[in-house]
Design a protein around this ligand. Structure first.
Ligand SMILES: Cc1cc2nc3c(=O)[nH]c(=O)nc-3n(C[C@H](O)[C@H](O)[C@H](O)COP(=O)(O)OP(=O)(O)OC[C@H]3O[C@@H](n4cnc5c(N)ncnc54)[C@H](O)[C@@H]3O)c2cc1C
Length: 407
């Protein structure tokens, strides 16, 4: 890693650092520059007694879940198991365990980092703690992380979890219910609403394949027998198209969405943190759900709060802690010609919620360049620039939601 970085510097090459390769704006590749690919570094070692996982910089979440579940342990990982631990954790990390155990970056307790000038640093609360603060949400701006030390928690092997499919006619009722229900729930449950198109899966009645549906996905991160009570009210909103919430292996819910996100798809995401969900926003989201340029255009509303909201604002570089919802307009298409229409649709979804935005956003859900300053907000961005000045003053690591050094 040190030699690769030295070579790139000596030849004045633009550096792209690649972990799992899921960057939506394509930050982990470059034309004419040098890709430092950590893909072969997918090692995961579990210290069962200390409840820690030591994870290579190129591992994906499926690697981590596979190893940690051998011991009935887990940490907050991605909703798709092929997402890289590196970019996901460094940007924040929204996943099914977050309301119980925090974001992925809240579980980052240590890291090995190669800095822009080729130094190898260990980072923890005791050593280079300023850098740990930046790695918890500041993205790949400060160095190449070769190893992550993640806190683990007892989870599974079975959890009460899964998707509940409702007809799209229930969009408005669901979101109005959800805005009241979600903030009152205990940490044990994490959910998201997805206004989407029913995939052609045998578990969904065939007449619904390709039709618009409202989906609530729930994961109860405690004893399976507590799950039914936690999701009971969700089952009262409308007659379901399919109710697939039941006990299942934790690794199953972690890989459930994988087939919908094959490699090579043209993707665009756009996101905003929401302070509320007004009637106007709900009506607009429901209308946009019915008017999409393709089947893989989804409106996700993530339930935040719980352990995420109890970390102090400013304790990590993750921009915001108090918002009840994160809105993410998610699109994918196999046809590059239609990416423009998908991008416009996603932008219109976020624009429709403008009046409810807090003004900040989660950087890993942003598909455009140059959005870091507004996403982090003034105070966090100012601290990130000071850290960038110290660890990467010439902006070697600039293929990311970039924190621009002041010089
Ligand atoms: C299908 C899909 C599903 C997703 N689901 C979720 C989700 O559930 N929750 C969520 O929070 N986000 C999700 N995301 C967003 C995801 O968190 C980001 O795309 C994240 O950056 C992916 O990390 P990666 O390592 O796979 O990406 P990469 O493309 O490899 O890298 C992303 C960024 O991180 C930097 N980077 C990568 N590896 C390292 C390293 N070892 N050291 C330093 N910097 C590094 C890169 O330079 C780049 O800037 C999803 C994205 C996709 C495409």
């Amino acid at each position: 890693m040190i030699a690769a970085l030295g070579f790139a510097r000596a030849h004045d090459l633009t550096v792209a650092v690649r972990g799992g390769g899921h960057s939506i704006p394509g930050y982990s590749t470059t034309d004419g520059g040098m890709v430092i690919d950590l893909g072969p570094m997918r090692n995961v070692r579990v210290d069962q007694a200390a409840r820690r996982a030591y994870v290579g910089g190129g591992a994906v979440w499926g690697d981590v879940d596979h190893e940690t579940q051998q011991f009935g342990l887990a940490t907050t990982g991605g909703l798709v198991s092929t997402t890289g631990v590196a970019g996901f954790t460094l940007g924040g990390g929204i996943g099914w365990l977050m309301r119980r155990y925090g974001l992925a970056c809240d579980n980052l307790v240590g890291a090995d980092v190669v800095t822009a000038d080729g130094r190898f640093l260990h980072v923890s609360e005791e050593e280079n703690a300023d850098l740990l603060w930046g790695l918890r949400g500041g993205g790949g701006n400060f160095g190449i992380v070769t190893s992550f030390e993640l806190a683990l928690h007892p989870v599974g092997p079975e959890v009460y979890a899964g998707p509940l499919f409702l007809p799209a006619e229930a969009d408005v009722d669901l979101l109005r219910f959800y805005r009241e229900w979600a903030p009152k729930q205990p940490d044990a449950i994490t959910t998201a609403v997805s206004l989407a198109t029913a995939p052609p899966l045998p578990v969904i009645p065939e007449e619904w394949h390709g039709k618009k549906v409202a989906i609530v996905i729930a994961v109860c991160a405690g004893p399976v027998e507590d799950g039914e009570a936690l999701v009971r009210e969700l089952r009262t909103i409308a007659e379901p198209v399919a109710d697939l919430i039941h006990p299942m292996p934790y690794t199953f819910i972690q890989g459930l969405l994988d087939p919908l996100w094959p490699k090579g798809i043209n993707a665009y995401f756009k996101a905003a943190n929401l302070a509320r969900l007004s009637d106007e926003t709900i009506d607009s989201l429901a209308a946009l759900h019915l008017d999409t340029p393709g089947p893989q255009c989804e409106i996700h509303v993530h339930q935040m709060g719980g352990a995420v909201g109890r970390v102090g604002q400013g304790d990590t570089a993750f921009p915001e802690r108090s918002m009840p919802f994160v809105l993410n307009a998610v699109t994918g298409t196999p046809d590059p010609e239609s990416l423009g229409a998908h991008t416009e649709w996603a932008r219109s979804v976020v624009a429709a919620a403008k009046a409810d935005e807090t003004g900040r956003a989660y950087v890993n859900f942003l598909g455009d360049n140059g959005e870091a300053e507004s996403a982090y907000g003034e105070e966090t961005y100012r601290r990130l620039v000071a850290l960038k000045d110290e660890y990467d003053p010439t902006n070697v690591f600039r293929l990311n939601q970039n924190i621009e050094p002041s010089a």
